[in-house]
Design a protein around this ligand. Structure first.
Ligand code: ATP
Ligand code: BTN
Length: 236
């Protein structure tokens, strides 16, 4: 099958945010176009939170035009990152909803943005050789801290594009299988967590991730489904 993701690659030295750049060019490029930047001056997480993006990391966005905006697209990114890390000998897991953790710290974050009927942007930040700033060191980690030697960014990108292509096809054709893999890779299940949704804090046990991407929690014996959205998850 023709490889869609990465068939056009735009490489930049510096950009505000690859997601913003992708949104600016979305009308002029084919589906699967990938934007990669050496550094971002205004890298973003969700709700406008800052994403530290110095040189040495992999900061990229994929332009997609799926039939509908589907929140499960984030898991295409998360699974592809987990598989890429495994290719370099690093064990990791998905922290629902949009992070990948390794060795108890965040190594990657995914930011999906979309406009119904028009496009979806899948943004991935992966700490590769970049030095983690002091204030994030407790919670964030780079691949180089596991490998002990710097990794060629183009090799990491190549593996990531390969896995993105595979998981994107599963997402389109068998989203149930995509979600089965997410459950397998999610390390939050069975753990006590607090989910913050707007002003509400919900504490309980993370029981399952359902086929629609939502999180099923047990709150003192009551089941509650938390929809994927701007929710934040912490361990007790
Ligand atoms: P959640 O834990 O629910 O995903 P979050 O607090 O991680 O929520 P996000 O918006 O998903 O918030 O991610 C942005 C956060 O990630 C920032 O507030 C910062 O704490 C952290 N962060 C920023 N840059 C990096 C980086 N390069 N690597 C790891 N973590 C980072
Ligand atoms: C998160 O953890 O909240 C998601 C962080 C996503 C960061 C990536 S880096 C490439 C792309 N461009 C951005 O500005 N954000 C995403």
């Amino acid at each position: 099958m023709e490889r869609i993701i990465g068939r056009k690659l735009i490489t930049l030295d510096e950009v505000d945010s690859t997601n913003e750049y992708a949104k600016r060019i979305v009308q002029d490029v084919p589906e699967g176009t990938v934007v990669v930047a050496k550094r971002q001056t205004a890298g973003r997480g969700r709700r406008g939170r800052n994403w530290t993006s110095p040189e040495g990391g992999l900061w990229m966005s994929v332009v997609l035009k799926p039939p509908r905006v589907d929140p499960r697209l984030v898991f295409v990114g998360a699974l592809a990152v987990v598989d890429t890390l495994a290719d370099f000998g690093i064990e990791s897991g998905i922290k629902w909803p949009n992070d990948v953790w390794a060795g108890g710290r965040k190594i990657s974050g995914i930011l999906t943005e979309g406009k119904a009927g028009e496009y979806s942007i899948l943004g991935i930040g992966l700490n590769v050789n970049n030095v983690i700033p002091e204030e994030l060191r407790e919670n964030a980690v780079s691949m180089v801290q596991f490998t002990g030697r710097e990794l060629p960014l183009d090799a990491v990108l190549e593996r990531l594009l390969f896995h993105l292509g595979g998981w994107y096809r599963v997402f389109l054709e068998r989203p149930d299988l995509l979600m089965a893999k997410v459950r397998e890779r999610a390390f939050i299940l069975g753990k006590a967590v607090t989910v913050t949704e707007g002003d509400e804090r919900i504490s309980g046990i993370a029981l399952d991730i359902l086929d629609d991407g939502s999180l099923l929690m047990d709150i003192d014996g009551q089941l509650r489904r938390i929809l994927y959205g701007d929710v934040s998850l912490r361990f007790f």
